[in-house]
Design a protein around this ligand. Structure first.
Ligand code: TGC
Ligand code: FAD
Length: 412
């Protein structure tokens, strides 16, 4: 990871980057007048995030992705616009918004880049949510305001080197040493970890029961090495979490829920956000391809005039529109506390899949230009290859649905 300050200064001087800023005229497609289903607050939230992404992220994102730079300097700005803890009550620094607003924030941020949406959804759904939901009052007051303001960045450690799709097999564990817990083990593929100030870590106690613990940067025996050579989410930082006899104070255990159900509840919230977010990436690819097809001439006419190009665009828009309706309804169910894990799986699975298909088709419409960083499509496509794997792989979500439909788990 390069020194972010050096990179920031370099970017500030770059005329080409300023030009990109002016050119971001993105508007989301709304073929079924879904905006009529949103209230004024939703539209205001969406506009403010969209403006922020155009002003702050679009100008730098291609270079960040190319040079593998996590733009940490944007974190206070993400906080300012309410991207951290949108559904967390205001008394803890959150914004107390509903789930449709949360979804729209994720959509707009991922329209900018899935890596930055990852950073924000981990902070909100996987760090702030468990501290709020399973923590005590002292933990909420100690951590949530700082996470909401961006003073602290968090990460979430569930996956292990040998336990990805089956987190219940985790071996990370802690022992009760009387005045503290002793934590040992390792987590893998952890978004934000090398930059994080705290980690919400899931580990087994001596009886094999899973609990959440808050581990702070700087604790003896705790390290978070970065994972290098990613061809996906290059503007997001991913790493390991290594615990070598880490003494965790007893007050850092999240007391109000144990068992795999606790991290799974966090995943429900994060997967919901991804279902919206992936649509943002799809919209950006669709809009880019639609505009390009009108401008690009071959055989003395715009490529938009060819039926095969129109077919691609029409199918992209159809899938995006279906995805929009899906997440709007899911958002209503989330607001009412009625959304089920299987419903969330269906939306995450569907919307990430159609986003990837959209990116692949859009890339074809741009021909050779589609593989360059002059357009966002290849970056979105590579990012989405992670999104389709994390928070439960595409096939695991299918199996979650299969279990719901038949009552028979087919995981083993
Ligand atoms: P299973 O038998 O399904 O459940 C075990 C216990 O947990 C309870 N439970 C839930 N409780 C509340 N809400 C939920 N959503 C729940 N899901 C499960 C369940 O009732 C049971 O409780 P009890 O009391 O009966 O014991 O567990 P299983 O071991 O059979 O696993 C099922 C499976 C495969 C679906 C699950 O393990 C799974 O979803 N695996 C995928 C793993 C995954 O999604 N990992 C994500 C890691 S985090 C991440 O990727 C972040 S990326 C972030 C970013 O950058 O954006
Ligand atoms: P595996 O579980 O080894 O799966 C490999 C293949 O086997 C997949 O195709 C899978 O679908 C298939 N498979 C597995 N089990 C079955 C089965 N029963 N039936 C059929 N097929 C099966 N984790 C965190 O805890 N926190 C994070 O912040 C986080 N961030 C991430 C960021 C990135 C960029 C990535 C890539 C991953 C991140 N993850 C994180 C981990 C992510 O959740 C896991 O990668 C994911 O759950 C899959 O686990 P795995 O990679 O070990 O794959």
């Amino acid at each position: 990871m390069q020194d972010t300050l050096v990179v920031e200064n370099k970017y500030a001087k770059d005329e080409r980057i300023k030009a990109r800023n002016v050119n971001d005229t993105f508007e989301s497609p709304d073929f079924y007048q879904i905006d009529d289903l949103l209230d004024e607050e939703h539209k205001i939230v969406r506009k403010s995030i969209r403006d922020f992404i155009k002003k702050e992220l679009t100008p730098i994102i291609e270079e960040c992705a190319e040079h593998n730079v996590f733009p940490r300097w944007l974190i206070p700005k993400f906080a300012e616009i309410g991207a951290f803890g949108p559904s967390i009550p205001e008394e803890y620094g959150g914004s107390g918004m509903d789930y449709i607003s949360y979804g729209l924030i994720m959509q707009e941020v991922e329209r900018g880049d899935s890596g930055l949406r990852s950073m924000a959804s981990v902070q909100s759904s996987l760090v702030m949510y468990p501290i709020w939901k399973f923590g005590n009052e002292a933990q909420r007051n100690k951590y949530l305001p700082k996470l909401a303001s961006g003073e602290m960045l968090g990460c979430f450690g569930l996956t292990e080197p040998n336990h990805g799709s089956n987190p219940s097999g985790m071996t990370t564990n802690y022992k009760d040493m009387g005045d503290h817990y002793l934590l040992n083990g390792a987590k893998m593929w952890i978004t934000n970890s090398p930059e994080a100030d705290i980690a919400v870590v899931w580990a087994k106690n001596e009886e094999g029961r899973i609990h959440g613990l808050i581990v702070e940067r700087g604790m003896d025996g705790f390290s978070a090495p970065e994972i290098h050579n990613k061809w996906s989410l290059r503007a997001s930082v991913t790493g390991e979490l290594v615990f070598d006899n880490v003494k965790v104070p007893k007050e850092n255990l999240l007391p109000n829920k144990s068992g795999l159900g606790a991290p799974m509840m966090c995943l429900d919230s994060a997967r919901y956000g991804i279902a919206w977010g992936a649509l943002g990436a799809a919209m950006d690819c669709y809009e880019t391809a639609r505009r390009y097809s009108i401008e690009r001439q071959q055989f003395d006419r715009p490529i938009a005039s060819f039926q095969l190009i129109q077919k691609k665009l029409a199918e992209m828009l159809t899938e995006i529109t279906k995805g929009q309706l899906l997440v709007w309804r899911l958002g209503k169910l989330m607001n009412e506390g009625k959304a089920t894990t299987a419903q969330i799986s269906l939306a995450k699975r569907n919307n990430v899949e159609i986003a990837l298909q959209t990116a692949r088709e859009a890339r074809q419409i741009l021909g050779g230009m589609g593989i360059t960083g002059e357009y966002p499509i290849m970056r979105h496509m590579m990012n989405l290859e992670s999104v389709i794997t994390y928070e439960g792989t595409h096939d695991i979500h299918l199996l979650i649905l299969g279990r719901e439909l038949t009552g028979v788990p087919a995981f083993v």
